[in-house]
Design a protein around this ligand. Structure first.
Ligand code: NAD
Length: 254
Protein backbone atom coordinates (compact mmCIF):
# COMPACT_ATOMS: atom_id res chain seq x y z
CA UNK A 1 0.00 0.00 0.00
CA UNK A 2 1.43 3.41 -0.98
CA UNK A 3 1.29 6.66 0.94
CA UNK A 4 -2.11 7.55 -0.51
CA UNK A 5 -3.80 4.32 0.56
CA UNK A 6 -7.21 4.04 -0.96
CA UNK A 7 -7.75 7.78 -1.26
CA UNK A 8 -9.95 9.00 -4.11
CA UNK A 9 -8.14 11.84 -5.86
CA UNK A 10 -9.63 14.13 -8.47
CA UNK A 11 -6.91 15.62 -10.68
CA UNK A 12 -7.82 18.24 -13.28
CA UNK A 13 -5.91 18.64 -16.54
CA UNK A 14 -4.72 15.05 -16.86
CA UNK A 15 -4.49 15.13 -20.66
CA UNK A 16 -0.75 15.77 -20.60
CA UNK A 17 2.02 17.70 -18.84
CA UNK A 18 2.16 17.59 -15.06
CA UNK A 19 -1.39 16.23 -14.80
CA UNK A 20 -0.37 13.06 -16.61
CA UNK A 21 2.65 12.59 -14.39
CA UNK A 22 0.48 13.33 -11.34
CA UNK A 23 -1.94 10.58 -12.39
CA UNK A 24 0.91 8.07 -12.65
CA UNK A 25 2.54 9.09 -9.35
CA UNK A 26 -0.72 9.23 -7.36
CA UNK A 27 -1.86 5.86 -8.75
CA UNK A 28 1.56 4.37 -7.89
CA UNK A 29 0.96 5.57 -4.31
CA UNK A 30 -2.31 3.63 -4.18
CA UNK A 31 -4.81 6.39 -4.98
CA UNK A 32 -7.92 5.86 -7.04
CA UNK A 33 -7.54 8.64 -9.59
CA UNK A 34 -10.27 10.50 -11.43
CA UNK A 35 -8.76 12.64 -14.16
CA UNK A 36 -10.42 15.13 -16.47
CA UNK A 37 -9.42 17.34 -19.36
CA UNK A 38 -10.73 19.39 -22.25
CA UNK A 39 -8.71 17.12 -24.57
CA UNK A 40 -10.25 13.66 -24.74
CA UNK A 41 -7.45 11.96 -26.69
CA UNK A 42 -4.68 13.01 -24.30
CA UNK A 43 -6.81 12.15 -21.30
CA UNK A 44 -7.66 8.67 -22.63
CA UNK A 45 -3.96 8.09 -23.21
CA UNK A 46 -3.21 8.97 -19.58
CA UNK A 47 -5.90 6.56 -18.35
CA UNK A 48 -4.34 3.84 -20.51
CA UNK A 49 -0.84 4.55 -19.16
CA UNK A 50 -2.04 4.39 -15.55
CA UNK A 51 -4.00 1.18 -16.07
CA UNK A 52 -1.13 -0.44 -17.94
CA UNK A 53 1.05 0.32 -14.91
CA UNK A 54 -1.43 -1.50 -12.67
CA UNK A 55 -3.05 1.68 -11.31
CA UNK A 56 -6.69 2.66 -10.89
CA UNK A 57 -7.97 5.60 -12.93
CA UNK A 58 -11.24 6.86 -14.43
CA UNK A 59 -11.22 9.57 -17.10
CA UNK A 60 -13.81 12.27 -17.75
CA UNK A 61 -13.28 14.11 -21.05
CA UNK A 62 -13.82 16.30 -22.94
CA UNK A 63 -14.86 18.79 -20.27
CA UNK A 64 -14.41 22.57 -20.26
CA UNK A 65 -13.81 23.55 -16.65
CA UNK A 66 -14.17 27.27 -17.33
CA UNK A 67 -17.89 26.53 -17.64
CA UNK A 68 -19.31 26.25 -14.11
CA UNK A 69 -22.08 23.86 -15.13
CA UNK A 70 -19.60 21.47 -16.78
CA UNK A 71 -17.32 21.75 -13.74
CA UNK A 72 -20.23 20.93 -11.41
CA UNK A 73 -21.28 17.92 -13.48
CA UNK A 74 -17.67 16.70 -13.69
CA UNK A 75 -17.34 16.80 -9.88
CA UNK A 76 -20.60 14.86 -9.48
CA UNK A 77 -19.37 12.22 -11.96
CA UNK A 78 -16.00 12.06 -10.17
CA UNK A 79 -17.71 11.47 -6.82
CA UNK A 80 -19.90 8.77 -8.37
CA UNK A 81 -16.89 6.96 -9.87
CA UNK A 82 -15.53 5.67 -6.53
CA UNK A 83 -18.25 6.71 -4.08
CA UNK A 84 -16.65 9.85 -2.66
CA UNK A 85 -13.72 12.23 -2.79
CA UNK A 86 -10.70 12.73 -0.54
CA UNK A 87 -8.34 14.96 -2.51
CA UNK A 88 -8.84 17.63 -5.16
CA UNK A 89 -5.72 18.47 -7.14
CA UNK A 90 -6.41 21.66 -9.09
CA UNK A 91 -3.81 21.34 -11.85
CA UNK A 92 -5.65 22.33 -15.07
CA UNK A 93 -5.03 25.79 -16.45
CA UNK A 94 -4.92 27.75 -19.67
CA UNK A 95 -3.44 31.21 -20.02
CA UNK A 96 -2.22 33.91 -22.35
CA UNK A 97 0.98 35.88 -22.22
CA UNK A 98 1.69 39.36 -23.58
CA UNK A 99 3.06 42.78 -22.68
CA UNK A 100 0.65 45.19 -20.99
CA UNK A 101 0.06 47.47 -24.02
CA UNK A 102 -0.98 44.50 -26.17
CA UNK A 103 -2.77 42.44 -23.53
CA UNK A 104 -6.43 42.82 -24.51
CA UNK A 105 -9.44 42.68 -22.23
CA UNK A 106 -10.19 39.35 -23.87
CA UNK A 107 -6.67 38.06 -23.07
CA UNK A 108 -7.16 39.14 -19.46
CA UNK A 109 -10.57 37.49 -19.13
CA UNK A 110 -9.37 34.28 -20.80
CA UNK A 111 -6.41 34.06 -18.41
CA UNK A 112 -8.44 34.77 -15.27
CA UNK A 113 -11.04 32.19 -16.42
CA UNK A 114 -8.41 29.61 -17.32
CA UNK A 115 -6.28 30.02 -14.21
CA UNK A 116 -8.49 31.34 -11.40
CA UNK A 117 -12.07 30.36 -12.27
CA UNK A 118 -11.18 26.70 -12.80
CA UNK A 119 -9.77 25.96 -9.32
CA UNK A 120 -12.54 28.03 -7.73
CA UNK A 121 -15.32 26.21 -9.60
CA UNK A 122 -13.89 22.75 -8.97
CA UNK A 123 -13.21 23.47 -5.27
CA UNK A 124 -16.64 25.03 -4.83
CA UNK A 125 -18.49 22.02 -6.22
CA UNK A 126 -16.23 19.52 -4.43
CA UNK A 127 -16.53 21.30 -1.08
CA UNK A 128 -19.82 19.73 0.17
CA UNK A 129 -18.52 16.27 -0.75
CA UNK A 130 -15.34 16.82 1.27
CA UNK A 131 -17.40 18.06 4.21
CA UNK A 132 -19.64 14.99 3.97
CA UNK A 133 -16.53 12.77 3.92
CA UNK A 134 -15.34 14.32 7.20
CA UNK A 135 -12.52 16.28 5.56
CA UNK A 136 -10.02 16.14 2.74
CA UNK A 137 -7.31 18.04 0.93
CA UNK A 138 -7.37 20.65 -1.83
CA UNK A 139 -4.08 21.23 -3.64
CA UNK A 140 -4.02 24.33 -5.81
CA UNK A 141 -1.28 24.63 -8.42
CA UNK A 142 -0.24 28.27 -8.51
CA UNK A 143 3.10 29.55 -9.84
CA UNK A 144 6.15 31.48 -8.74
CA UNK A 145 4.50 34.22 -10.82
CA UNK A 146 2.03 34.56 -7.97
CA UNK A 147 4.90 35.80 -5.79
CA UNK A 148 7.27 37.67 -8.10
CA UNK A 149 7.04 39.45 -11.44
CA UNK A 150 8.26 37.65 -14.53
CA UNK A 151 10.21 39.18 -17.38
CA UNK A 152 10.10 36.37 -19.95
CA UNK A 153 7.48 36.18 -21.33
CA UNK A 154 5.48 39.23 -20.11
CA UNK A 155 2.72 37.86 -17.89
CA UNK A 156 0.35 40.36 -16.25
CA UNK A 157 -2.68 38.04 -16.32
CA UNK A 158 -0.65 35.05 -15.15
CA UNK A 159 0.85 36.99 -12.20
CA UNK A 160 -2.53 38.31 -11.11
CA UNK A 161 -4.31 34.96 -11.43
CA UNK A 162 -1.67 33.07 -9.48
CA UNK A 163 -1.51 35.65 -6.70
CA UNK A 164 -5.26 35.10 -6.61
CA UNK A 165 -4.83 31.34 -6.28
CA UNK A 166 -2.46 31.80 -3.34
CA UNK A 167 -4.92 34.19 -1.65
CA UNK A 168 -7.84 31.84 -2.29
CA UNK A 169 -5.79 29.00 -0.77
CA UNK A 170 -5.33 30.89 2.51
CA UNK A 171 -9.02 31.76 2.74
CA UNK A 172 -10.23 28.24 1.92
CA UNK A 173 -7.82 26.83 4.52
CA UNK A 174 -9.40 29.11 7.11
CA UNK A 175 -12.93 28.21 6.13
CA UNK A 176 -12.18 24.50 5.71
CA UNK A 177 -10.31 23.82 8.94
CA UNK A 178 -13.41 23.30 11.10
CA UNK A 179 -14.54 20.62 8.62
CA UNK A 180 -11.17 18.89 8.43
CA UNK A 181 -10.37 20.26 4.98
CA UNK A 182 -6.71 21.19 4.41
CA UNK A 183 -5.97 23.57 1.54
CA UNK A 184 -2.46 24.15 0.23
CA UNK A 185 -0.82 25.70 -2.83
CA UNK A 186 2.23 24.64 -4.80
CA UNK A 187 4.09 27.27 -6.79
CA UNK A 188 6.28 25.75 -9.48
CA UNK A 189 9.01 27.59 -11.30
CA UNK A 190 9.68 26.69 -14.93
CA UNK A 191 8.79 23.05 -15.60
CA UNK A 192 9.88 21.18 -18.70
CA UNK A 193 6.85 19.27 -19.91
CA UNK A 194 6.81 17.46 -23.27
CA UNK A 195 4.78 20.39 -24.69
CA UNK A 196 7.13 23.14 -23.47
CA UNK A 197 10.17 21.10 -24.53
CA UNK A 198 8.70 20.80 -28.02
CA UNK A 199 7.77 24.52 -28.17
CA UNK A 200 11.24 25.65 -27.09
CA UNK A 201 12.99 23.30 -29.53
CA UNK A 202 16.66 24.20 -29.89
CA UNK A 203 16.14 27.82 -28.81
CA UNK A 204 18.76 27.78 -26.06
CA UNK A 205 18.53 31.57 -25.56
CA UNK A 206 14.82 31.23 -24.68
CA UNK A 207 15.53 28.30 -22.36
CA UNK A 208 18.25 30.28 -20.57
CA UNK A 209 16.02 33.36 -20.24
CA UNK A 210 13.23 31.29 -18.66
CA UNK A 211 15.50 29.50 -16.16
CA UNK A 212 17.75 32.50 -15.35
CA UNK A 213 15.89 33.38 -12.13
CA UNK A 214 16.25 29.88 -10.71
CA UNK A 215 19.30 29.27 -8.51
CA UNK A 216 19.70 25.82 -10.06
CA UNK A 217 19.73 27.25 -13.62
CA UNK A 218 17.48 24.57 -15.02
CA UNK A 219 13.86 23.58 -15.51
CA UNK A 220 12.12 21.24 -13.07
CA UNK A 221 11.08 17.82 -14.25
CA UNK A 222 7.30 17.32 -13.72
CA UNK A 223 8.06 14.66 -11.08
CA UNK A 224 9.89 17.26 -8.98
CA UNK A 225 6.61 19.15 -8.55
CA UNK A 226 4.23 16.22 -8.44
CA UNK A 227 6.10 14.36 -5.67
CA UNK A 228 5.54 17.41 -3.45
CA UNK A 229 1.82 17.25 -4.26
CA UNK A 230 1.74 13.55 -3.38
CA UNK A 231 3.28 14.32 0.00
CA UNK A 232 0.87 17.21 0.65
CA UNK A 233 -2.09 14.95 -0.25
CA UNK A 234 -0.99 12.27 2.20
CA UNK A 235 -1.74 11.96 5.90
CA UNK A 236 1.96 12.59 6.55
CA UNK A 237 1.21 16.25 5.82
CA UNK A 238 -1.69 16.37 8.32
CA UNK A 239 -0.42 19.58 9.98
CA UNK A 240 0.03 21.51 6.73
CA UNK A 241 -2.72 23.88 5.66
CA UNK A 242 -2.94 27.42 4.30
CA UNK A 243 0.64 27.37 3.03
CA UNK A 244 2.11 28.00 -0.38
CA UNK A 245 5.04 25.71 -1.19
CA UNK A 246 7.45 26.87 -3.89
CA UNK A 247 8.97 24.20 -6.13
CA UNK A 248 10.98 26.68 -8.12
CA UNK A 249 14.68 25.81 -7.97
CA UNK A 250 15.22 28.80 -5.67
CA UNK A 251 13.77 31.39 -8.05
CA UNK A 252 11.85 33.19 -5.31
CA UNK A 253 14.72 33.02 -2.79
CA UNK A 254 16.32 36.20 -4.21
N1 NAD B 1 4.85 24.28 -16.93
C1 NAD B 1 5.28 25.25 -16.17
O1 NAD B 1 6.41 25.76 -16.36
C2 NAD B 1 4.46 25.76 -15.02
C3 NAD B 1 5.00 26.71 -14.15
C4 NAD B 1 4.25 27.17 -13.10
C5 NAD B 1 2.97 26.71 -12.92
N2 NAD B 1 2.45 25.80 -13.80
C6 NAD B 1 1.08 25.34 -13.56
O2 NAD B 1 1.06 23.93 -13.46
C7 NAD B 1 -0.17 23.40 -13.96
C8 NAD B 1 0.10 22.35 -15.03
O3 NAD B 1 0.97 22.90 -15.99
P1 NAD B 1 1.43 22.12 -17.31
O4 NAD B 1 2.66 22.79 -17.78
O5 NAD B 1 1.41 20.66 -17.07
O6 NAD B 1 0.25 22.57 -18.28
P2 NAD B 1 -0.35 21.87 -19.58
O7 NAD B 1 -0.87 22.97 -20.42
O8 NAD B 1 0.61 20.89 -20.17
O9 NAD B 1 -1.55 21.04 -18.94
C9 NAD B 1 -2.70 21.64 -18.49
C10 NAD B 1 -3.86 20.72 -18.84
O10 NAD B 1 -5.08 21.37 -18.50
C11 NAD B 1 -5.98 21.17 -19.55
N3 NAD B 1 -6.95 22.28 -19.61
C12 NAD B 1 -6.69 23.55 -19.98
N4 NAD B 1 -7.84 24.26 -19.96
C13 NAD B 1 -8.82 23.42 -19.57
C14 NAD B 1 -10.20 23.56 -19.39
N5 NAD B 1 -10.82 24.74 -19.61
N6 NAD B 1 -10.93 22.50 -18.99
C15 NAD B 1 -10.32 21.30 -18.77
N7 NAD B 1 -9.00 21.11 -18.94
C16 NAD B 1 -8.25 22.14 -19.35
C17 NAD B 1 -5.13 21.15 -20.81
O11 NAD B 1 -5.80 20.51 -21.89
C18 NAD B 1 -3.90 20.41 -20.34
O12 NAD B 1 -3.99 19.01 -20.54
C19 NAD B 1 -0.94 24.61 -14.48
O13 NAD B 1 -1.82 25.03 -13.47
C20 NAD B 1 0.12 25.64 -14.71
O14 NAD B 1 -0.35 26.97 -14.62
C21 NAD B 1 3.15 25.33 -14.84
Amino acid sequence: MGTLGEKVVLITGTGGGMGRVASLVFAREGAKVVGCDIQAAGNNETVELVRRGGGEMTGIAPIDLTDPEQARQMVEDAVAAYGGLDVVYNNAASLRFGPMPDFSVEDWRATIAGELDIPFFVSKFAWPHLVRRGGGVIINVASMAGMIAGEVPPMVGHCAANAGIIGMTRQLALEGAPDGIRVVAISPGPVLTPASDRDLGDNQAARDAITRKTLLKRFAQPEEVVELAAFLASDRAAYLTGGNYPADGGATAW
